[in-house]
Design a protein around this ligand. Structure first.
Ligand SMILES: [Ca+2]
Length: 196
């Protein structure tokens, strides 16, 4: 009986170790500062606001809700939008980047046509890592679109850039809720709630 108890404890310890290993993933972007082009500029009619202080994309909160998103409107929402996050120091094991885009076509908030990731160690010279893929489809008109870039060849960067393109001439809004820059781990799309 005692031997079984010890065996159980050892097994539990091993499982615990495996669990802690699989949940060791870190969001390097959490709480970090970022800039964008075009900049997010509050106006008198700006009903989303709060950005500046430039926190909503990296506050660890992702939700399909007006209070959890901000972004661009009108002509600023058309064409290429660039967001650059300063991760604070060079990270050498970036495994995944995820952008959570708020989409609500009934409110003129449209999904981007494409997105891609770039990285830099000096904030000046950026290397294109690759295109992001999305969970969204043309029928997903009132939901979050998750854009993901994932690589087994870990990337090195202090400055993480995401380009979100929207080619239509229809302005509307381009709104994001969160940008995640993950270290290696087992997290799949939408498991962001683990990292708040
Ligand atoms: Ca957020």
């Amino acid at each position: 009986m005692k031997r079984k108890s010890i065996a159980f404890l050892v097994l539990a310890a091993v499982i615990g170790l495996m669990s802690s290993t699989s949940f060791a993933q870190v969001d390097y972007a959490l709480g970090k500062s970022y800039t964008s082009n075009p900049p997010i500029t509050p106006t008198s009619s700006w009903w989303l606001g709060e950005d500046p202080p430039w926190v909503k994309f990296t506050d660890g909160i992702s939700a399909w809700a007006w209070g959890a998103v901000t972004g661009w409107q009108g002509s600023d929402a058309v064409g290429m939008t660039t967001i650059t996050i300063d991760l604070g120091s060079v990270k050498t094991d970036i495994a995944k980047v995820q952008v959570d885009q708020f989409v609500s076509t009934s409110s003129a908030v449209y999904a981007s046509d494409s997105a891609r990731c770039l990285g830099s160690t000096d904030g000046t010279n950026f290397t294109v890592w690759g295109d992001m893929t999305t969970t969204g489809t043309s029928s997903d008109t009132e939901t979050m679109w998750y854009w993901v870039y994932e690589t087994a060849s870990y990337k090195t960067a202090q400055y993480m850039m995401v380009e979100m393109d929207y080619a239509s001439s229809v302005g509307g809004h381009k709104l994001l809720s969160e940008i995640w820059v993950f270290s290696p781990g087992a997290t799949s799309v939408k498991d962001w709630s683990l990292y708040r």
